[in-house]
Design a protein around this ligand. Structure first.
Ligand SMILES: NC(=O)c1ccc[n+]([C@@H]2O[C@H](COP(=O)([O-])OP(=O)(O)OC[C@H]3O[C@@H](n4cnc5c(N)ncnc54)[C@H](OP(=O)(O)O)[C@@H]3O)[C@@H](O)[C@H]2O)c1
Length: 297
């Protein structure tokens, strides 16, 4: 979110800006059937695809004819997604956690069996590493260390470990990695220290990976506030109906795939608002890598 554009709101976890609301942008997806579009990734691996943003990304990419490898822990919810999207495209859905070594291996193998992942979307995430059960986000002084450890395992170690496994496939296809970030990675909100620190770590790892793998695109993307289960858990008992639904930011991700701007950190709001020329100019100066667009091609 762009804090300068929106008034701050008092929350149970301190002053935290809310997302700008307004008319939802059109979802830029193609028809469910028809030719596979060119260019773009053919095989996409998405974590946290059973609900929220991950599900909406899976729906949009399926509609574009991409083949999908999807994961989340809840097997029943994931199976429902698989059943929905199998009518549209080839889908392999494997239930499990991104912190499980064997599960990550199975995900990478499934992508390889489809011909190799051309896009990895590290979307699965946790706020605290434990069930908040309606409680407020803990301050760092009180953060249970087991929860902090799980937060970093789910939000940083898991994505990096999965990236390691999939990198050979991504290199083969000059592919891309999308790591889901948050404004909490760059702003200091009381109660958001564990989650924010983990997202900041993922941002930095994304930037280093981009420098080390110049043939790839590595994008850290802040989607902005979205009306999802995670967001509701962060604001227990509060009305979050003013937050936009996750499908409204999907066109920002589709723009990244279509335009392939330089690796770096992007905000969905900027991608949705900016003309293509601005997008191709790359991310904000402090977050951009030194790699130019031309060098990637
Ligand atoms: N919502 C927001 O306002 C907001 C703002 C900024 C950034 N983000 C980021 O956007 C991304 C999507 O968030 P969301 O709001 O869509 O969340 P969400 O609705 O709670 O969905 C999270 C997804 O991740 C899965 N997941 C959680 N832990 C997992 C694990 N250990 N292994 C595998 N899958 C796991 C969940 O399924 P299971 O529980 O069944 O595993 C679910 O499919 C996250 O990276 C989040 O940090 C969200």
């Amino acid at each position: 979110m762009n804090a300068s554009q929106t008034p701050p709101a008092q929350t149970s976890t301190g002053t935290r800006p809310t997302a700008a609301t307004g008319p939802a942008p059109e979802l830029a997806t193609g028809p469910a059937s028809g030719p596979v579009p060119e260019p773009g990734p053919r095989v996409v691996l998405i974590t946290g695809a059973s609900r929220g943003l991950g599900l909406e990304l899976a729906r949009a990419l399926a509609a574009e004819g991409r083949q999908l490898v999807l994961t989340a822990r809840n097997a029943a919810e994931l199976a429902a997604v698989e059943a929905e999207l199998a009518a549209v495209t080839k889908v392999v859905a494997l239930a499990g956690s991104v912190v499980d070594d064997d599960h990550r291996e199975r995900l990478a193998e499934a992508a390889a069996a489809l011909g190799g992942a051309e896009l990895l979307i590290n979307n699965a995430s946790t706020l605290t590493g434990y069930d908040l059960a309606g409680a407020a986000l803990p301050r760092l002084a009180d953060f249970p260390l087991t929860g902090l450890l799980e937060t970093f395992e789910v939000n940083v170690l898991g994505p990096l470990a999965l990236t390691q496994l999939v990198l050979p496939q991504l290199r083969e296809h000059a592919g891309a990695v999308v790591n889901l970030s948050s404004d909490a990675a760059v702003e200091a909100y009381a109660g958001w220290g564990g989650y924010g620190a983990s997202k900041a770590a993922l941002d930095h790892a994304s930037a280093v990976l981009a420098a080390e793998e110049p043939q790839l695109r590595v994008w850290a993307v802040d989607p902005g506030d979205m009306r999802t289960r995670m967001h509701q858990e962060a604001f227990p008992g509060e009305d979050i109906s003013d937050r936009p639904l996750p499908h409204t930011v999907v066109p920002a991700f589709l723009a990244l795939l279509r335009e392939r701007p330089a690796s770096g950190r992007y905000r969905a709001a900027d991608l949705l608002a900016g003309p293509t020329a601005d997008l191709l100019a790359g991310p904000t100066a402090e977050s951009a890598t030194s790699t130019t667009d031309e060098e990637h091609r």
